[in-house]
Design a protein around this ligand. Structure first.
Ligand code: AKG
Ligand code: FE2
Length: 397
């Protein structure tokens, strides 16, 4: 299970401040976002406020001697936008394009081929998934198709009991080896690169958090993610919307992907690619794309370059960092009007999350999913995820 499956039935999570007693995230400084926001008029929506994330170059990021705490706070802290982008990562742009171009090809494979790529045992957390997740309205989500795989390990374990216990993490990858053989290499290469850069981001997150709370090195985000065997990549394909699709689900902001916060630790995201009949085009509706709700409850469209990898904090990190790093509510808006005809959107998310076996000591004062956490506050990440799945998603059959 990864973050994505959980959010469909979640109410949008409000920004949560977790009080930590003596030291707490500062909230008195002026909002650094405002200078980065600008308003523009989209073709089909009255006014769209756009925001550019804090940017860190790869060369700054990889230098462990550079203290990036201020940028981390500006990106992920209680007053941050909730997202930051890393630029100039060597080799990234071509790996992104290679994979995203395969997304419409995968989604347009014959239905019977895609059926072979499905994995009901993992609740569709490996291979192809379409119409299996729920929209905010409770209806099946047919607006997008996803392809899930662990880009690091094809088969994270052979232990049968673990497979039974945590099928969404311990299952095996399913690749369309005959129909789209390029997918495996393209998916793994991009996933590994985003993980490597994500670990560097995590190193700097730890440095920022450790200024405020005592943390042993092996409990930090970087080591937690480095040890993990359950990172999950998701290649997303948003089908073209039709005028006739105008239902309660696609009238508003979250018309392509509902409001949610990711459930894991850290999510890497590519800038999406729009195509029409397999030809890449700039999105004709400037109102379409990824939106986030800021800490001050503004809804802004996030704009970052094709050559940048964006990172967002997931709920598990918000809990474990006691609110110093905050999860970000986000959604995706579909393009509207005639220009939207036959327009599709492809993107890739890498959900970095703790290992299924990792004992998480949830602080007593956590405010999210409290009802699922045992009185001593210790659960493995796998148990925590399964509890969330049982609560918010389909029951196992
Ligand atoms: O499509 C996007 O840009 C975001 C996707 C997303 O938020 C997710 O898969 O969790
Ligand atoms: Fe997400």
């Amino acid at each position: 299970m990864t973050s994505h499956l959980l959010y469909k039935t979640f109410p949008p999570t409000k920004f949560l401040f977790i009080s930590t007693g003596s030291s707490s995230p500062s909230s008195s400084q002026s909002n650094p976002l405002l200078s980065r926001q600008s308003s523009c008029r989209s073709m089909h929506s009255s006014s769209v406020t756009t925001a550019t994330p804090v940017t860190i170059s790869y060369s700054e990021l990889k230098d462990k001697n550079t203290d990036l705490s201020l940028k981390i706070e500006e990106g992920f802290g209680p007053n941050g936008l909730g997202i930051l982008s890393i630029t100039d990562v060597p080799g990234y742009s071509s790996l992104r394009r290679n994979l995203l171009h395969l997304s419409p090809r995968l989604a347009n494979l014959p239905e019977e081929v895609k059926k072979e790529l499905e994995d009901p045992d993992s609740r569709y957390n490996f291979g192809w998934s379409h119409g299996k997740e729920k929209l905010e309205s409770g209806k099946p989500d047919t607006l997008k198709g996803s392809f899930y795989a662990n880009p690091i390990l094809d088969r994270p374990t052979t232990d049968e009991s673990l497979l039974q216990r945590y099928p969404s993490y311990c299952g095996s990858n399913i690749w369309p080896n005959s129909e789209l053989p390029e997918l495996e290499v393209a998916f793994k290469s991009l996933g590994k690169l985003i993980l490597g850069v994500g670990l560097m981001v995590a190193f700097h997150c730890d440095r920022y958090v450790s200024k405020a709370i005592k943390m042993s090195e092996d409990k930090g985000l970087e080591q937690l993610l480095f040890r993990s065997r359950c990172h999950k990549g998701r290649l997303l394909y948003y089908f073209p919307t039709k005028e006739s699709d105008s239902t309660e689900d696609n009238k508003d902001m979250s018309s392509w992907c509902g409001w949610h916060t990711d459930h894991g630790s850290l999510t890497g995201l590519t800038c999406a690619m729009f195509t029409r009949d397999a030809v890449e085009i700039p999105c004709p509706d400037s109102g379409a794309g990824l939106y986030i709700r800021t800490r001050t409850d503004q809804i802004v469209k996030v704009v970052f370059g094709e050559d940048a990898i964006a990172y967002q904090i997931g709920e598990t990190t918000e809990i474990l960092s006691r609110g110093y790093l905050c999860a970000t509510p986000h959604c995706v808006r579909a393009p509207k009007g005639e220009d939207a005809c036959s327009l599709d959107r492809s993107t890739f998310a890498l959900f970095m999350q703790p290992d299924w076996d990792e004992k998480l000591n949830f602080p007593e004062e956590i405010h999210i999913h409290k009802e699922l956490i045992s009185p001593n506050g210790a659960l493995t990440f796998g148990e925590y995820t399964e509890k969330l799945l049982d609560k918010y998603y389909y029951q196992k059959t």
